[in-house]
Design a protein around this ligand. Structure first.
Ligand code: AMP
Ligand code: MG
Length: 366
């Protein structure tokens, strides 16, 4: 959502549905029934690609589903994009420091309140006021660049979820200091997937997969019956490195390959630690299976910031979650096996490729 339209679009195939029928244990479909051909469409939206696949016995019935899914995602973009001056998020930022309240939609309020809850519970690792820092590193523009110390300090001084003022009764929001700016880039796509699936169900869909730039949600059983075997994108190669069985809930992936620049041999990517103002290093990607799209999106970013050491303790407290950290290759060891850490109550749903060097989150005492 925050990527200018002129930037090359992220490859849509962040997650792939793998081999239908490859899992005999989930083959519940009547072998006599005619297979339903999927109808698939893709559109650019929210700075990425929206890919929707619909399986309907009557092919024509797929079209209203596709239309409603696209409409739901576009509506979220128009409320929450930093690239649209008239979005709720941009208008809140434009009024920052003026003392004026900005009236917002119920959807924006819902996402902001969820974001503030996660900011609180993550100790600020996730922070929807991180906008000025993301901006100073150039991640809203085509080319990122190392900021000066002064510019970084000024931007960091404008970050702080505790300062956001929410008037729930009158549905309005205020930021106290000029220059403060909200950024829903780590939460709005997951929320849009939730709304898209609700819209698909209302439009009569029985089986749908929505992939919004690596935020994947599913409705109904997989085409082969049972859970959907979804592939996780390898952060350095065009192939999945793991398969996760998803029945309910959604998957999101945060990656250091999405928006980044390299300075003096070091990769600086778009997930930043709001407390230091620096892009996070030491993690290549984090994929999270969680009960909703919004939660999986927030957690993928939060666990990216926390890293596996602190993140393993965090996921141990969360019901219905699986998390997979991929560590970046050490310099000079790019050909070494991919290193991954897996944790969470649903860690058993994650099946890593044979060539992945895997570790399990340590058990937490008490
Ligand atoms: P995702 O790809 O879901 O991890 O979202 C990354 C985007 O979220 C970035 O491009 C920023 O716009 C924003 N962002 C970066 N770091 C954070 C953070 N620590 N907390 C909240 N939003 C962030
Ligand atoms: Mg996210």
């Amino acid at each position: 959502m925050r990527r200018p339209a002129s930037l090359p679009l992220v490859l849509a195939a962040v997650l792939l549905v793998l081999g239908c029928g490859a899992r005999p244990e989930s083959a519940e479909i009547d072998p006599g029934a005619a297979p339903v051909a999927p109808v698939e469409r893709a559109w650019p939206v929210m700075g990425t690609m929206l890919r929707v696949v619909v399986w309907q016995p009557d092919g024509d019935a797929a079209l209203p589903v596709l239309r409603e899914v696209r409409r739901a995602v576009t509506a979220v973009d128009s409320l929450m994009s930093n690239y649209r001056a008239d979005s709720d998020v941009s208008r809140i930022g434009a009024a920052a420091g003026s003392g004026a309240w900005t009236p917002v939609s119920a959807e924006t309020l819902e996402v902001l309140e969820a974001a503030l809850d996660h900011a609180r519970s993550s100790g600020g690792a996730f922070d929807p006021t991180v906008g000025p820092v993301v901006d100073v590193w150039g991640f809203y523009r085509e080319r990122g660049a190392m900021p000066s110390t002064g510019a970084l300090d000024s931007a960091r001084a404008l970050v702080g979820w505790q300062h956001v003022e929410v008037d729930r009764a009158q549905r309005r929001v205020r930021l106290p200091r000029a220059g403060m700016q909200l950024d829903f880039g780590a939460i709005a796509k997951g929320y849009a997937v939730d709304l898209a699936l609700e819209a698909a169900a209302r439009a009569g869909a029985e089986r749908v997969m929505v992939d919004l730039g690596g935020n994947i949600g599913v409705l109904g059983d997989a085409p082969a019956g049972g859970a959907w075997p979804l592939g996780l994108r390898h952060p350095r190669e065009q192939r999945p490195f793991a398969v996760v069985d998803v029945d309910t809930g959604a998957i999101a992936t945060s990656g250091d390959y999405e928006r980044y620049f390299v300075h003096q041999g070091i990769r600086y990517a778009h997930v930043v630690d709001p407390r230091t103002g620096w892009p996070v290093r030491g993690v290549a990607s984090v994929s999270v299976l969680a009960p909703t799209g919004l939660t999986s999106d927030v957690l993928s970013t939060t666990l990216f910031v926390l890293g596996p050491e602190r993140g393993c303790a965090e996921v141990a407290t969360l019901p219905g979650v699986a998390a997979v950290w991929v560590l970046p290759p050490s310099p000079g060891a790019e050909a070494a096996p991919l290193r991954a850490v897996v944790g969470g109550e649903l860690a058993g749903r994650v099946e890593l490729a044979a060539d992945v060097d895997a570790a399990i989150c340590p058990a937490i005492d008490g």
